[in-house]
Design a protein around this ligand. Structure first.
Ligand SMILES: C[S@@+](CC[C@H](N)C(=O)[O-])C[C@H]1O[C@@H](n2cnc3c(N)ncnc32)[C@H](O)[C@@H]1O
Length: 146
């Protein structure tokens, strides 16, 4: 839906990445014909190879799946060299779940995230927000822009 919205607003050069081909296929199907306007990438983000540069990088609930320091370092190296301007990251907060889809995740506070990203990025703002899932459960997120 974010991609749909961005296209409606006239944004161009949009790339969508997910490790799961099924997730990409579902997003493509939702967009229909408009999916041709988007670059789709099936890749582990920590192994993403690109020469593209992004004005805005939006990550909702992927960064928190990276548990090992080596995964986080690889992600930040890729993000650090590919992002021209802004990065928005949504992770589960300290008051959020400790798993997502049965998989362990890393919870973040503003300070912990800032510390993790400080080598490449400067914090602009962080807010906590409750997300109500389709099962009507509440997940507390930390949404941050850098
Ligand atoms: C909670 S879902 C969020 C999906 C979408 N960003 C959204 O906001 O609706 C997390 C997504 O992260 C993807 N993911 C998990 N680990 C990943 C990785 N290492 N590289 C790329 N995608 C990953 C999963 O396949 C899943 O689609």
């Amino acid at each position: 839906m974010l991609v749909d919205f961005l296209l409606q607003k006239g944004f161009q050069n949009i790339t969508v990445l997910d490790i799961l081909a099924a997730a990409i296929d579902r997003a493509k199907a939702l967009l229909g014909e408009k999916s041709k306007l988007v670059k789709w990438v099936v890749s582990d983000i920590t192994e993403f190879k690109t020469d593209d540069h992004f004005d805005l990088w939006h990550d909702r609930a992927t960064f928190h799946f990276l548990i090992r320091n080596s995964q986080i370092a690889a992600y930040l190296q890729i993000a650090g060299r590919s992002i021209n301007n802004h990065m928005v990251v949504g992770t589960f907060s300290k008051n959020g779940p400790d798993k997502c889809s049965g998989l362990p995740i890393k919870q973040y506070t503003e300070g912990k995230l800032q510390n993790q990203l400080k080598k490449y990025f400067e914090k602009i703002s962080c807010i906590n927000q409750d997300h109500i899932t389709h099962l009507q459960t509440k997940q507390n997120f930390l949404f941050s822009s850098f």
